[in-house]
Write a protein that binds this ligand. Structure first.
Ligand code: ADP
Ligand code: MG
Length: 222
């Protein structure tokens, strides 16, 4: 269970998130909607432990206070964030990135052939051409392809708390069906997984039958 206790977040003394208390329970899907600028991405970043925010209050993971944990430690604990705007990393191959990320998250490396197989499987599931595996991280990928590559990372790293920030933006109709299928299959494979899905689209959250639906406005849930 991931719990936010009286969480407030500011950037340069401007409050963006105001006193949120909330729990995300094991096995549940929570959907967060709300107009632009409401604080959804900021909340996602703070749950992941991205630096640069002034926070008050606490974040607890299974009762442990992780408020001061850096990103790497949270990733090792199984927290994963698919960014609204994935960053291109020229010179870093997808394979190299995933092998480092896997070793860092899981504590031990996967033999290369096994990792390759996992990546190829994931590419297949998200509908990316298999030969893209040799490309650099997000470099030159279209908007929808970047979102698919974020899902590849989820499938390879197998996190248990998955925050998807507008993962559906830029996806075509086929991509949307793929996304719903990937999330549904993942929940069957990992019944305890916690999904926190930020989206504007009914076409995503209705088929997923979210357990909790929240609307964020001006840094609060309304
Ligand atoms: P949403 O994802 O709901 O559209 P965001 O969390 O991206 O909203 O942004 C919430 C508000 O916080 C916006 O007004 C945005 O401009 C502001 N904000 C977020 N990050 C920063 C930052 N690093 N510096 C200044 N303002 C920021
Ligand atoms: Mg956002």
């Amino acid at each position: 269970m991931l719990t936010l206790k009286n969480l407030s977040v500011s950037v340069e003394s401007t409050e963006i998130i105001s006193d949120i208390s909330l729990s995300f329970n094991s096995g549940q899907v929570t959907v967060i909607t709300g107009a632009n600028g409401g604080g959804k991405s900021t909340l996602a970043a703070v749950m992941m432990g991205i630096s640069g925010y002034e926070t008050q209050g606490n974040i607890l993971l299974d009762g442990n206070d992780i408020t001061d944990w850096p990103v790497e430690k949270r990733a090792q604990a199984g927290i994963f964030l698919a960014y609204q705007y994935p960053i291109e990393v020229p010179g870093l191959s997808i394979k190299t990135f995933l092998s480092h990320a896997y070793r860092s998250c899981k504590g031990s490396a996967l033999p290369l052939t096994e990792l390759d197989k996992k990546i190829v499987d994931a590419f297949h599931k998200v509908g990316l051409p298999a030969d893209y595996i040799n490309r650099n991280l997000h470099e030159g990928f279209s908007g929808g392809q970047k979102k698919r590559l974020e899902l590849v990372q989820m499938l390879v790293l197998e996190p248990r708390i998955i925050i998807l920030d507008e993962i559906d933006s830029g996806l075509d109709a086929q991509g949307m069906a793929m996304l719903i299928g990937v999330i549904t299959d993942y929940r069957h494979a990992f019944p305890g997984a916690i999904f926190i899905i930020i989206t504007h689209h009914r076409a995503l959250f209705e088929p997923l039958a979210a357990d909790v639906q929240l609307v964020m406005h001006a840094g609060r849930f309304v």
